[in-house]
Design a protein around this ligand. Structure first.
Ligand code: ZN
Length: 429
């Protein structure tokens, strides 16, 4: 446990550096790191790691390795080729427990700009909030990882164990970036990812599948055109069948202790739809992009099979689809969920750090969304802590992060690193 005096000094160091931390966070928000456009921001992290005297490893996705791993998701031309960057701190003497601090720098699209109150990449501070796409998810967290290391340095200390600061891409559509760090060989005694979790520790989360359904074919003659005889009508019919599958999965929530109290833990999102060519022509094609979640313990393969069975069964009884069976293409996430086993030493240390920073006990929550922590929980099998600031409108308009919670999260991260890794004085040779 940390001495009271050291705790106070570290918390003060976070306060002293908070202005610079916000400035850096704003710079990150200003860089519109949409999928496939993360080069500049990854180069910035490369330089940031170097300027702190860390060793830096920059590498590409190994597609073959990812595709042959059960946690890998398929690639397409829409997925990012930007590099992954890892900053490595080595202590003089490896005394403490090693740690991975991870963050993703890719952000989701903004949607129509006119629905935002301001430029979506402004990074503007208004009252207790910083606004912008990615401000909460998760540029604030990625900056906090560095700010915590800086706070130690400000009081003349550094972690007495190896710390890997990972900056990854492809968290928002495949999870392949974090998986790639594991396939590259990185591991540690614990990992912490400061996603915007509302200052709670994620106890359990869902797996996620993405798929595209392509309905294509020659529709029946217009005189025979009954209900569901055109590709768009037919696609709506399949959506109904998928909704029934979603309801069936939700009905199983009682079997999952961490999910049974959530009103609707499994969510199917019809995210995108396109089809047809002309108002007076019966449409011969329709494509819908879908995202559905699965309970932890359900494999992505099994869920995919259920989805394919559901669509095939519905199609057999549909006028259009019986002759034109839809094609299903997995075009993103093919990822399982995880449960963080309670009682790990890492969770205990984080609990102490949180209590010092917030003056309240650490609470846990179930997150019905994908997070990269699954890679470390399922494959490294190390304590995987997802814990970060409060936010509003993640993936929506006027996304923003709560700055007071961010400051306290940064304090908790700093205290966590100091106790988990131990500390040594900075070598000023
Ligand atoms: Zn995120």
């Amino acid at each position: 446990m940390l001495a009271r005096e050291l705790k106070d000094k570290l918390q003060q160091a976070v306060d002293d550096g908070f202005g610079a931390q916000l400035e850096y966070t704003k710079n990150l928000v200003n860089l519109a790191s949409l999928r496939g456009q993360e080069y500049a921001i990854q180069d910035l992290f490369f330089r940031q790691f170097q300027s702190r005297g860390m060793k830096v490893d920059r590498f590409k996705m190994d597609r073959d390795a990812i595709l042959s791993h059960p946690g890998g998701s398929p690639f397409s031309d829409t997925h990012s080729d930007a590099p992954i960057v890892v900053g490595i701190h080595h202590p003089r003497e490896e005394i403490g427990r090693s740690l991975i601090l991870n963050a993703h720098l890719d952000v989701v699209p903004t949607g129509p700009n006119e629905l935002w109150s301001d430029d979506p990449f402004s990074g503007k501070i208004d009252g207790p909030w910083m606004y912008g796409r990615g401000s909460a998810d998760m540029k604030a967290g990625s900056a906090a990882n560095l700010a915590a290391m800086d706070a130690l340095r400000r009081v003349g200390l550094q972690p007495a164990a190896t710390v890997y600061v990972q900056s990854v891409v492809e968290e928002e559509s495949t999870g392949n970036g974090a998986l790639m760090t594991w396939l590259r060989g990185y591991t540690a005694d614990a990992v912490l990812i400061p996603e915007p979790t509302g200052t709670k520790l994620v106890r359990a989360n869902v797996g996620v599948l993405w798929f595209q359904m392509k309905v294509q074919g020659v529709p029946v003659h217009v005189q025979d055109m009954g209900e569901g005889a055109n590709a768009i009508d037919a696609a709506y019919g399949v959506i109904g069948a998928l909704r029934a599958l979603e309801a069936h999965w939700n009905a199983q929530k009682g079997e999952y202790a961490n999910f049974k109290d959530l009103p609707h833990p499994i969510n199917l999102n019809i995210g995108k739809i396109a089809g047809g060519d002309w108002a007076s022509s019966v449409p011969a094609w329709c494509e819908i992009d879908c995202r559905i979640s699965i309970f932890p313990g359900v494999s992505a393969e099994d869920a995919e099979r259920q989805i394919r069975d559901c669509v095939a069964q519905f199609s057999r009884n549909d006028a259009f689809l019986a002759n034109n069976p839809p094609e299903i293409i997995v075009n993103g996430f093919h990822a399982e969920g995880y449960v963080l086993n309670p009682g790990s030493e890492a969770e205990t240390v984080l609990g102490r750090a949180h209590a010092d920073a917030f003056g309240a006990p650490l609470e846990t929550a179930t997150l019905p969304a994908y997070i990269d922590t699954r890679v470390y929980a399922l494959y490294n099998q190390i304590p995987a802590l997802c814990y970060g600031p409060a936010s509003r409108n993640v993936h929506g308009f006027d996304e923003c992060v709560d700055l007071e919670s961010l400051k306290r999260i940064t304090k908790a991260l700093t205290l966590f690193i100091a106790e988990w890794c131990g500390t040594e004085t900075i070598d000023i040779n």
